[in-house]
Design a protein around this ligand. Structure first.
Ligand code: ZN
Length: 351
């Protein structure tokens, strides 16, 4: 986590807001951090958590030493007072919530830290049963307990949960901050000029890309192939399809390694639950594929001078159509003329 290394890029507006909350002492209850995939919400949530329990800089705002007992408890996910929940399979299950005794521990005074912290990643994956189990706790939690919920698909979070949270919208970093972060973390020149705008200020995504060997070059190549397809070179479709699955697999492995590490930290080495489940692996592959496809599309759009949401929808429709033509997956679309679609006639539901 970037924040754990004592440096946090971007989040200027968010940090100001959280600093104000910390200084005014209004930090009990439930917060939900929401924003695009890969923008760095969990990094920010962990930094916020450290600022809330740092023993060196108590109540001073979004600042933390990174070394004291409080900061270490968050960074290393240990101790009684910092509880970290995340989906172990498809959902954050009833069992996960019960095993961590959330409904009980939220009402116990912290043992060692200045407050009790409950961080929940991908909180949209609370299933109805576990969400119901939590609702009363979120509502009645004492002032020494803080819930930090994180999601990139806010529309999937139950409205009953949303209504009990203070919403913190986490926005992208400026491109300049993104470049600076890339330089400091990975060395100057590692982030290609062309890729920076396609990343849309998502620092966590940039970190994952640069950590995966060969991925940056691969994604640029994928963008070029998509640009070729737009220009009518249909023979590029099969190469693009193959490259997409290779790149997605590589990125998914990076995601999986990170989660595996987190599982071991939370449950301990050799425990049954420390093993990444198949359901979770497949979710991470799906996620990786969406990310690579989106980056490729953005790069291709830039190259072809297509702009905005309309350009993206046109491109998606076109690519889907090309694949359908080749693999004959969806018969209903095979009679559409790709050039018509590029000219603006997007079929309903194709974006
Ligand atoms: Zn500290």
């Amino acid at each position: 986590m970037e924040g754990g290394r004592g440096r946090l890029w971007g989040f200027e507006r968010e940090r100001e807001l959280l600093s104000r909350l910390i200084r005014s002492g209004r930090t009990g209850g439930c917060f939900i951090l929401t924003g695009p995939l890969g923008v760095g919400k969990t990094t920010l949530a962990l930094a916020f958590a450290m600022a809330l329990v740092c023993e060196q800089k108590p109540g001073e705002g979004m600042v933390f030493c990174g070394k004291c007992r409080g900061c270490r408890a968050v960074r290393e996910v240990r101790g009684e007072d910092f509880i970290y929940l995340f989906p172990e399979g498809k959902f954050i299950s009833h069992e996960t919530v019960s095993d961590h005794q959330i409904t009980l521990r939220a009402f116990q005074r912290p043992q060692q830290l200045r407050r009790r912290l409950i961080l929940m990643d991908e909180c949209e994956k609370l299933n109805p049963q576990s969400a119901n189990q939590l609702l009363k706790t979120l509502e009645e939690a004492p002032s020494y307990t803080t819930f930090l919920l994180v999601t990139d698909t806010e529309h999937l979070v139950l409205p009953t949960i949303m209504s009990r949270c203070r919403r913190i919208l986490v926005g992208p970093a400026r491109e300049e901050e993104l470049r600076q972060a890339a330089g400091e973390l990975f060395g100057e020149g590692r982030l290609p000029e062309e890729l920076a705008p396609a990343l849309g200020g998502r620092i966590a995504l940039m970190t994952n890309l640069l950590e995966t060997e060969g991925l940056v070059e691969g994604v640029l190549g994928y963008g070029s192939l998509l640009a070729e397809i737009i220009s009518g070179r249909e023979e590029a479709v099969s190469r693009a399809t193959l490259l997409l699955s290779q790149l997605a697999r590589a990125l998914a492995e990076t995601y999986q390694a990170r989660e595996q590490e987190r599982l071991v930290r939370v449950f301990g080495e050799g425990e049954k639950r420390s093993k990444l489940s198949e359901a979770r692996k497949s979710e991470l592959r799906r996620r990786a594929k969406a990310v690579v496809l989106e980056l490729g599309l953005r790069l291709a759009m830039d190259r072809c001078g297509l702009e905005g949401e309309r350009g993206r929808r046109m491109l998606m429709a076109y690519l889907r159509l090309m694949q359908d033509l080749r693999f004959n997956v969806v018969e209903a679309t095979t009679d559409l003329d790709p050039h018509l679609i590029l000219a603006g006639g997007v079929p309903p539901g194709a974006g």
